[in-house]
Design a protein around this ligand. Structure first.
Ligand SMILES: *Cc1c(COP(=O)(O)O)cnc(C)c1O
Length: 387
């Protein structure tokens, strides 16, 4: 057990940090090493490293079955998967997205000459507010990309209604939401397509990787061409494309992680409940709740610091970081305050009051297999001394 320090002993005031090795947010979850090593051996034996190898095909079938979707098109990362899905769906002009998301959601549009238009969020859910989306529609709008932030589903049916009323396309950035459900259905089934990220920091990783999942046969076929330069066979290019392929070694990691998916959820959930108990009753410190009727992967332990706290959000983050607990201010300051968007839309903040408020309140805390009960008790003690 780490001893609980007095306020004067916080590393912020000159004492040594509580952790010699930093405690990170998003330290990779590692599944079965034995499975990974066995599959890696097979890859070397086969000398088939990329280009839709047997492990990528097996990984795609495993993901599609797990989510109950027709197609999983595996890619080299979530950002390229977003770009390819956006292109396959035929988006252009302006596309409405939240600003309160990882910047890749906006960059995947901008990179292709499409203007991301930021709509505000519901401060209770941190997800897109459908009425705010309505307010941002113009004659140039072609679609909406919802983000299931923290693995909590975006308001799927309301966004579907906005899209249908206005003749817009709808897809989702489900980078946080692998293994999560909404109204009894796994996330992955909603909109025209959903995009997953298997980056090392995500709940489920393939070192780097991503996928688009969809029930649309045409879109899946197009994306398979696009991720492989448009090749339809040797010497036969029938579509413009890029290199979005997943490698065999990444697919091996994905298959090895599948074996332990439920264990990781259980560990994360136990950590979440330990945080919830340890932080209970602290004024101005609110752990976000997950809907008990939906499955969540509990990859994000998200705390909001509100007016009741004596210390500011930034003071608490600084105190934790000084102890080598590398808590994060996701997704501060919001995409609209990052380049190039802050130059393109210098007044975007006027339309995004909830985004700005939430971005100034949130702290994400470390979880996963490397975080144990005494770590959580120590982190909570820092909150108790400051908040
Ligand atoms: C991680 C992430 C991405 C990008 O995924 P990569 O695999 O890192 O390219 C996109 N959107 C959101 C919301 C993310 O968190």
């Amino acid at each position: 057990m780490k001893e609980v320090r007095s306020k004067a002993d916080l590393a912020l005031h000159g004492a040594a940090p509580a952790y010699a090795q930093p405690l990170h947010v998003g330290r990779p979850n590692v599944g079965s090493r034995d499975t990974f090593m066995r599959l890696a051996g097979e890859i070397f034996d086969r000398r088939w490293f990329s280009n839709n190898g047997p492990l990528v095909e097996e990984f795609e079938r495993t993901v599609a079955d797990f989510l109950g979707v027709k197609h999983c098109v595996a890619m080299c990362n979530g950002t390229i998967a977003l770009e390819i899905a956006i292109r396959a769906l035929g988006l252009g002009g302006e596309v409405i997205v939240p600003s309160y998301t990882f910047v890749a959601t906006a960059h995947a549009l901008y990179w292709q000459g499409i203007t991301p238009v930021f709509a505000d969020i519901d401060p209770r859910t941190h997800n897109l507010d459908p009425d705010a989306v309505r307010r941002m529609i113009t004659p140039r709008t072609t679609g909406i990309i919802g983000v299931h932030l923290w693995g909590r589903a975006a308001p799927v049916s309301e966004l579907q209604a906005v899209a249908e009323e206005n003749g817009l396309k709808l897809m989702f950035d489900a980078a946080h939401a692998f293994g999560c459900s909404y109204q009894g259905q796994m996330i992955g089934k909603f909109g025209s397509a959903e995009v997953l990220s298997f980056h090392a920091t995500k709940f489920f990783n393939t070192f780097e990787g991503g996928a688009v999942v969809t029930d649309d046969d045409d879109m899946a076929g197009k994306m398979r061409l696009m991720r492989n330069f448009g090749f339809a066979g040797f010497d036969n290019v029938i579509h413009p494309g890029t290199n979005g392929k997943m490698t065999e070694i990444c697919a091996a990691m994905g298959l090895a992680n599948f074996d332990c998916l439920e264990d990781v959820i259980q560990t994360n959930e136990a950590n979440y409940h330990a945080y919830s108990l340890a932080l209970r009753g602290l004024p101005g410190v609110e752990l976000i709740a997950y809907d008990a009727a939906s499955r969540n992967n509990f990859q994000y332990v998200v705390v909001e610091i509100t007016n009741g706290s004596r210390a500011t959000r930034d003071e608490i983050v600084a105190a934790l970081q000084a102890e080598n607990v590398l808590a994060r201010k996701y997704f501060w300051p919001g995409c609209h305050r990052m380049k190039p968007y802050r130059d393109l839309f210098p007044h975007a903040g006027l339309m995004l009051p909830h985004t700005e408020a939430v971005a100034s309140r949130v702290i994400v805390l470390p979880t996963g297999g490397d975080v144990c009960a005494s770590d959580i008790e120590f982190i909570a003690s820092v909150f108790r001394q400051l908040a």
